[in-house]
Design a protein around this ligand. Structure first.
Ligand code: FAD
Length: 599
C-alpha cells in the first residue's frame, strides 16, 4: 500500500526536524513523515561549527542585529522577514536550551556569545565549536518524543507529485531495497539544504546537491536570487574543510606571503590590538573573499600544490585559548593538514560555502505552489540578501522551520484529499527511473560530467564573473545537460546503489547550475557576493530587486524581478572598518572587544 501522511518533510537536518516538531506541536493529530536521503544526524547541519546569532546582551538590540543583516546583505534582504527573524531567533535559541542544547556559558552562568563577521555586537551563541552537532542532536532527540512523526531514513526523493494545481506528495527510492514508491501528503515541506557541490571546491558535504531546489524548479516554482553564492574566506586547501570564522573572532589574523595583514588595504579598517567589530578579519565574507582574489592578482599569495593560499595565524592566541574556544579547529588542522595551529600557520583559501538563493518563499515558508513549503538553506525567504552573515543560518533554520511547519500544518488540517491521478504520476516516475537509471547503457560517465560541470561553474561564476564568462558557462552547461541523457549506469544492484543516486544528484545539480549562471548573467551590477567585472558598481536603480528564475522545458529559462521589501532601512553605502560614517543612528563606532569574554 502507498504510504500516506498529512505532511511530508523532505530533509532531516536542522530545518526539517524543527519543522517536524512545530507541526506536532500545532496539531498532534497530523501524521508527519521525515524523509531523508541520509540518517538525520548525518545532515550537513551537524558540521556547523561557529555558532548561531540571537540578541541576548543588554547592550545589544534587535534593530542592530537587523541592520547588520541588512547592510551585510547589501540591501537585498526583505526587511519584514529580517525583523521577524531577529525577534524570533533568541526565543528559538532559548527553546533549544530548554530542550537540552548545551550552549557554552560564562563563568557566572550567563549564555556566552562571541563576535562574528559583519556583526557589530557579540551575539553569536555557541556550543564550543561544535554548535551544529549539538543543535541537531537536540532537535533529533526532541522529535523522538512525538508519536506522530514517522521517519523514512535513507529514502531519496526524486519528484514532487502535483495535481489540481497543488502538491500531493513525493516519489522516493528506498535506498536499502531499491523500491520506488509514492508517499502521498496534503502538504510537502522542502528542507533539503544547499547546493555547494555544484562547485568543485566547497565546505559542503557530498549530499548537498540542491535536490530540493531542482524538485521545486521542475514543478514550476521559481528559484530566487540564485546568483548569490557565498565563498567563505578560510577553507583548508585540497579538502575544502572549513576553518570556522570563530578562529578569527577569537583573534586570528589573515596574512599574505610577506606575513602582512593585507585586509588593511581593502577598506576594512586598520589593525588594532584587539579584534574590532566589523573590521579587518571580522569583516563580511564577501569582502574578505574578494580581497583574497586581489592579493592573488598582486602576486602576494603563496603557491601550493592545491592552489594559491594565504595564512591564518592563530599562534599568538596560545594553546590555552585555542583549546578552550576552538578545539575543533585544532583537531581538524592536526588530522587533515598535519599541522598544529598553536605553533604553525594554517594555509587557507576561499571556498564555496553557502547558497543565499533558493526556492522562493514568503515569510511563512509558502511557495507559489499550493501545498509546497520550503525552509532552511534550500529556501530563499529572504533574510540573507546578497551576502549572508556568518551565524545567521542556524537560527534561520529554527525560525523559518517553525514558521513553515506551522503554516503547512494549518494547510494540511484543511483535509484536502489526494487525487487518484497522482498515483498514475508515480507509476510514470517509476518507469522513468527504471528506464533512465537502472537499465541505461549510455556512453557518458557520471564523474566526467560532474567534473566538467564543477569546472564550468568555477570558471564562469566564481568570486568574480563577467557577461562573457557567464554566457560561456550557460553554453557549456547546455552541452553537459544534453550529454547527461546518455549516461552509463553500470551497477545494476538495487541495494544502496550509489551510482544511481549519483546520477540523480548530477541531474539535480545541472538544473541548479543552470539557474545560478543564468540569474548571474541577467544581473548587470555588483552586489554582495555577486561581483561582475563588467558592471563593478551596485545599481539600485535597476537591480534593487530579487531575481526569480522559472524553468522552461522548451527553451531558455525566464528571469523576472520582484521588488525588495523595505521597512525602516533605506539603501546606503556598505561601510566597514572603524569609521563607518554612513550608518547614522545604527552605527556604534567599532568599540574594542572586552578581553577574556566567553568561556
Ligand atoms: C562546514 C559548515 C559549517 C557551517 N557553520 C555554520 C555556523 O557556524 N553557523 C551558521 O549559522 N551556519 C553554518 N553553516 C551553514 C548551516 O549549517 C547550513 O546552512 C544549515 O545547517 C542547513 O541546514 P538545512 O536543515 O537547511 O539542511 P541540511 O542540514 O543540509 O539537511 C538537508 C537534509 O535534506 C535531506 N535531503 C536532501 N536531498 C534529499 C533528497 N533528494 N531526498 C531525501 N532527502 C534529501 C538530507 O538527507 C538532509 O537530511 C555551516 C555550513 C557548513 C557546510
Amino acid at each position: 500500500m502507498t504510504p500516506s501522511h498529512d505532511v511530508v518533510l523532505v530533509g532531516g537536518g536542522g530545518a526539517g526536524l524543527r519543522a517536524a516538531i512545530a507541526i506536532a506541536e500545532t496539531n498532534s493529530k497530523l501524521s508527519v513523515a521525515v524523509v531523508s536521503k541520509v540518517y538525520p544526524m548525518r545532515s550537513h547541519t551537524v558540521s556547523a561549527e561557529g555558532g548561531a546569532a540571537g540578541v541576548i546582551s543588554p547592550d545589544d538590540s534587535l534593530d542592530e542585529h537587523a541592520y547588520d543583516t541588512i547592510s551585510g546583505g547589501d540591501w537585498l534582504c526583505d526587511q519584514d522577514a529580517v525583523e521577524a527573524f531577529v525577534k524570533e531567533a533568541p526565543q528559538e535559541l532559548l527553546r533549544l536550551e530548554h530542550w537540552g542544547c548545551p550552549w557554552s556559558r560564562e563563568t557566572d552562568g550567563r549564555i556566552a556569545v562571541r563576535p562574528f563577521g559583519g556583526m557589530k555586537k557579540m551575539r553569536t551563541w555557541f556550543a564550543a565549536d561544535k554548535t551544529g552537532f549539538h543543535m541537531l542532536h537536540t532537535l533529533f532527540q526532541t522529535s523522538l518524543k512525538y508519536a506522530s512523526v514517522a521517519r523514512y531514513d535513507e529514502w531519496f526523493v526524486t519528484r514532487l507529485l502535483v495535481d489540481e494545481g497543488r502538491v500531493q506528495g513525493v516519489v522516493a527510492i528506498d535506498l536499502k531495497s531499491g523500491r520506488i514508491d509514492a508517499i502521498t501528503a496534503r502538504a510537502v515541506i522542502l528542507c533539503t539544504g544547499g547546493c555547494g557541490r555544484v562547485f568543485p571546491f566547497t565546505t559542503n558535504a557530498a549530499i548537498k546537491n540542491g535536490d530540493g531546489m531542482a524538485l521545486a524548479y521542475r514543478a514550476g516554482v521559481p528559484l530566487k536570487d540564485m546568483e548569490f553564492v557565498q565563498y567563505h574566506p578560510t577553507g583548508l586547501p585540497f579538502t575544502g574543510i572549513l576553518i570556522t570564522e570563530a578562529a578569527r573572532s577569537e583573534g586570528g589574523y589573515l596574512v599574505n606571503k610577506d606575513g602582512y595583514r593585507y585586509l588593511q588595504d581593502y577598506a576594512l579598517g586598520k589593525p588594532q590590538p584587539q579584534p574590532v567589530f566589523r573590521t579587518m578579519e571580522l569583516g563580511p565574507r564577501d569582502r574578505l573573499s574578494q580581497a583574497f582574489m586581489k592579493e592573488l592578482e598582486k602576486g602576494r599569495t603563496i603557491d601550493t600544490p592545491y592552489g594559491p593560499v594565504v595564512h591564518l595565524d592563530l599562534r599568538h592566541l596560545g594553546q590555552k585559548k585555542i583549546s578552550a574556544k576552538i578545539p575543533f579547529v585544532r583537531e581538524l588542522c592536526l588530522k587533515y593538514q598535519n599541522l598544529d595551529p598553536v605553533k604553525d600557520l594554517i594555509p587557507v583559501r576561499p571556498v564555496v560555502h553557502y547558497m543565499m538563493g533558493g526556492v522562493h518563499t514568503d515569510i511563512n515558508g509558502a511557495t507559489l505552489l499550493p501545498g509546497l513549503y520550503a525552509a532552511g538553506e534550500v529556501a530563499c525567504v529572504s533574510i540573507n540578501g546578497a551576502n549572508r552573515l556568518g551565524s545567521n543560518s542556524l537560527p534561520e533554520l529554527l525560525v523559518f522551520g517553525t514558521r513553515a511547519g506551522r503554516t503547512a500544518a494549518e494547510y494540511a488540517s484543511l483535509g484536502l484529499e489526494v487525487t487518484s491521478r497522482v498515483l498514475a504520476q508515480s507509476d510514470d516516475e517509476r518507469r522513468r527511473l527504471e528506464g533512465e537509471l537502472l537499465n541505461h547503457k549510455g556512453r557518458e560517465r557520471i564523474a566526467d560530467l560532474r567534473d566538467e560541470m564543477q569546472k564550468t561553474m568555477e570558471e564562469s561564476a566564481g568570486i568574480y564573473r563577467s557577461g562573457a564568462s557567464l554566457a560561456r558557462g550557460v553554453e557549456r552547461l547546455r552541452g553537459i545537460q544534453e550529454r547527461s541523457s546518455d549516461i552509463a549506469i553500470e551497477d545494476q544492484s538495487k541495494t544502496f546503489n550509489t551510482e544511481r543516486t549519483a546520477a540523480l544528484e548530477l541531474s539535480f545539480m545541472l538544473d541548479v547550475a543552470e539557474a545560478i549562471v543564468t540569474s548571474a548573467l541577467h544581473r548587470e551590477e555588483s552586489r554582495g557576493a555577486h561581483q561582475r567585472t563588467d558592471f563593478p558598481k551596485r545599481d539600485d536603480q535597476r537591480f534593487l530587486s530579487h531575481s526569480l528564475i522559472y524553468r522552461n522545458l522548451d527553451g531558455p529559462s525566464r528571469v523576472e524581478y520582484l521588488p525588495v521589501t523595505m521597512t525602516r532601512w533605506p539603501p546606503a553605502e556598505r561601510v566597514y572598518g572603524e569609521a563607518a560614517p554612513n550608518e547614522g543612528q545604527h552605527h556604534v563606532a567599532g568599540s574594542a572587544l572586552p578581553s577574556g569574554t566567553g568561556v
